[in-house]
Each structure stands twice: as C-alpha cells, then as structure tokens.
Design a protein around this ligand. Structure first.
Ligand SMILES: Cc1cc2nc3c(=O)[nH]c(=O)nc-3n(C[C@H](O)[C@H](O)[C@H](O)COP(=O)(O)OP(=O)(O)OC[C@H]3O[C@@H](n4cnc5c(N)ncnc54)[C@H](O)[C@@H]3O)c2cc1C
Length: 382
C-alpha cells in the first residue's frame, strides 16, 4: 500500500509498532491464489472470481511489469497442487474436470506429480493449480527497502492519536526527545490488521467493526529433502489439509500445515493437535518418515471486516470510518488481494479529492522497524 501511494506521489508515512509483516503476513502460507480453493463446493463464487486474475497480476509485478516492481522477489513454488485421496467426493473431482475452470487447474500425470506424491502407494488424483507461493519475508524486505525513508517505528507509550472532529482527521502526536511532534494528514489509512480495532476507537470511529477468525496452524521441521505445496481434498468443501514448505537457514525445512486441521484445531491443546497432525500425515502420506521431526503450533487470528453470519469476506475491504473525518479502515482479507486493496484506497482518496500535494515531510528522529521473523524461526530457532 505504501509503495503504491508513494508511486502515485502521495507523501504517505507508515507507522509500525512491532516489526513489518507481524501478526498475519509472515504467518501466512504465502499462497497467491487463483481462487480454485474456494470452488471446492462445486460452483464458482464471488470469492473465486474476484481473485482469478491475481496470480497473473503478481507474476507481472515479479517480472517488473506491474504496478509495483517486485523483481528480485523469490517464488518458493510456481504451482500449488490439489490432491484427492481415493475416497474424496466425486462431485468435486467432476467439477475440477469441468470446462468452467479449464486453464486454472490441470490434472497431472504420474511423472508430473510433486515428489511427495510419486510413491507407488499413492492412489489418488493430483491437479496442478495456477496458484504460486511467495517467500513473504523476502517480498516484505523488497517492498520496505524501496520506501524505508517513509517508514517509522512507533511506540504507543510515547505517542497517541487524538480523535478527529467534523472536519479534521485524527492527529498523531509523538514524543521525540523532549518535544511532542504533531503529525497532521489529509487522511489516515488504517491497515493494522487486528490493530485496526483499537485504532478505530482511538480515532473516534464507531464503524466498521472487525471480526477475528481464529486458527491453530501446525509446524513440522524435518530433514525430508523435498518441499511440498498442496491441498488435500477431503469430504468437505474446504481443504482437509494444506501444506506449504518453508526453507530454514540450517538446510532443513518446515512444513506448515493449515486448512481444516487449523480451523478445527483452534480449541485443542497444542500437543493434542500435534498428535492429530501426526496421524493425518501418516494416513495421507505414510511413506514419508517424520519420526525425527520437531513439532510446534501457532495460534493466530485472521482479522477481517465484520460480516453477516460471520461469513468469510471474499474481497479486499476498505471503507470510510463513520464518526470521524477521512479515516479509512482496511483489511485485505487475503495477502493475494493486497493489490486490490491498494487500488480501492487510491480510488477512495481521489473520490474525496485527496490528492498528492506539498513538500515531503521532514524526516522524523524515530527508529526504523525490522521485518518480522516467520513463526517457524521463532518456534525452532532458525
Ligand atoms: C495462518 C494464516 C495463513 C494465511 N495464508 C494466506 C495465504 O496463503 N494466502 C493469502 O492470500 N492470504 C493468507 N492469509 C491471510 C493474509 O495473511 C492476511 O489477509 C494479510 O496478511 C493481512 O495483512 P495486513 O497487513 O492487513 O495485516 P497483518 O499482517 O496482521 O499486519 C498488521 C500490521 O500492523 C501492525 N500493527 C498492528 N497494530 C498496530 C498499531 N496499533 N500501530 C502500529 N502498527 C500496528 C502489526 O504489527 C503488523 O505489522 C493467511 C492468514 C493466516 C492467519
């Protein structure tokens, strides 16, 4: 978002209170979806259509041809796979073969399967999706590096937002040394994930509201040499298990497990969920030996704009907060949709005639935040 605003000429500043990408972004599985994951119910939905073009969009940025130059960003995998055990619902497999999604999902031959599914014992079907997986901390490094002069670490012990009024947006007051500096802006854009809830209150806003979708992801660090990026189809319309792989500095890798296991495991004690994950992997991939592996879990909430019946938002969300002036509350809903969120916010600013003008603000004597460490680095040490 900051890169897009700066590219458009806005003198935007970003204030981060921990490390960039903390909370959800570095804990994400890094998948840039083309939406097929949301079609497993057997029908194309708003969610699947809104993001169908996103892998191609991100690829163009990675080639340096998009709105943001992501050249040098690392792709961990060019594809995501979808595999069904022999007992998976026939309805889904019929849909995956249908014309409606041709070009977005391809059935693969045995020789084309990812190595973890090449074992003779494997009896299911494998599909290849256009979805890709990014090295998220690397992308954050790249994005932050381009605009670091506009990014500051904020310590709320020494700063506060004064709520705005009928005509003025909230002001940020920061103690720097013995001085209190006032930072006034034409618009305040809140993109703080779960932090938006408090920031909205402090801004004097009474809407929109936020909802949290809790998950407990499982991490397994091992020496099995092959990476794997796949959704396992179960009997339900959401993946039974989603595996992404993340390299560690000591040469091993972490398989990061999400999908139903993480949604249903929310209330389980970590060791109970780990036992369940071990059973799932030994049922689905019994030929992979993870006996020497290290295990951990990560409890984390997705932060989303509140939806009727706690539905999953299927598009990036940005709206003017009510009860205060020129405050935008924004949640991308998915990493994949961050570019859509930026477009939406720029459009909203233009509609209110909030356009780039004036001098660049004077540099502030505040520290710069680091990039957040991935949860597996924190759990296993590297
Ligand atoms: C386990 C998991 C897996 C996911 N996998 C995927 C995936 O594979 N693909 C996908 O597209 N999406 C995925 N998502 C969703 C995606 O990660 C999020 O939608 C996206 O990262 C949200 O980004 P954000 O910047 O809005 O929020 P966050 O990433 O939560 O970042 C909020 C930032 O604001 C800062 N902050 C908070 N409060 C304050 C404050 N008061 N002052 C200053 N700074 C503050 C935080 O420190 C943080 O840096 C996943 C989410 C989870 C939880």
């Amino acid at each position: 978002m900051l890169n897009r605003l700066r590219n458009e000429g806005y003198r935007a500043l970003l204030f981060e209170h921990k490390a960039l990408g903390s909370d959800q972004t570095v804990a994400s599985q890094g998948m840039i979806h083309g939406g097929i994951k949301y079609t497993l119910g057997g029908a194309l939905s708003g969610a699947s259509e809104a993001i169908a073009g996103m892998p191609a969009y991100w690829r163009s940025c990675l080639r340096g041809e998009g709105d943001i130059d992501l050249r040098g960003g690392n792709i961990l995998s060019d594809h995501f796979y979808l595999w069904s055990s022999s007992s998976a619902a026939a309805k889904v497999t019929t849909f995956l073969a249908s014309k409606a999604i041709r070009g977005r999902v391809d059935k693969v031959t045995k020789a084309e399967r990812p190595i973890p599914l090449q074992n003779q014992q494997f009896k299911g079907t494998v599909y290849k999706l256009v979805d890709m997986v990014l090295d998220v901390p690397g992308i954050l490094q790249l994005l932050a590096g381009r605009v670091m002069e506009s990014i500051y670490q904020i310590d709320w012990q020494h700063a506060h937002l004064t709520s705005g009024n009928q005509t003025e947006p909230p002001t940020l007051q920061v103690d720097i040394g013995s001085e209190t500096v006032q930072i006034k802006s034409n618009a305040l854009v809140l993109t703080a994930g779960q932090g938006n809830e408090t920031l909205l209150q402090q801004s004097g806003a009474n809407a929109p509201a936020m909802q949290r979708r809790p998950l407990q992801q499982v991490m397994v660090k091992h020496r099995y040499p092959h990476s794997f990026y796949g959704h396992c189809l179960g009997a339900e319309t959401t993946p039974r298990l989603t595996i992404s792989s993340h390299p560690c500095e000591d040469g091993s890798q972490v398989w990061y497990l999400g999908g139903s296991i993480a949604a249903k495991g929310v209330d389980l004690a970590p060791d109970v969920l780990i036992d369940h994950a071990k059973k799932e992997l030994s049922t689905l991939l019994p030929w992979i030996d993870l006996k020497e592996a290290e295990w951990a879990t990560l409890a984390i909430d997705r932060a989303e704009p509140q939806q009727h019946n706690f539905a999953r938002p299927d598009q990036a969300y940005a709206s003017w907060a009510s009860g205060c002036t020129n405050v935008i509350a924004a949640w991308p809903a998915k990493l994949t949709l961050a570019p859509n969120l930026s477009n939406q916010i720029i459009r909203m600013l233009e509609e209110r005639n909030i356009r780039p003008y004036g001098q660049s603000p004077q540099p502030l004597a505040l520290p710069k935040p680091a990039i957040a460490s991935a949860p597996w680095q924190l759990a296993f040490g590297n």
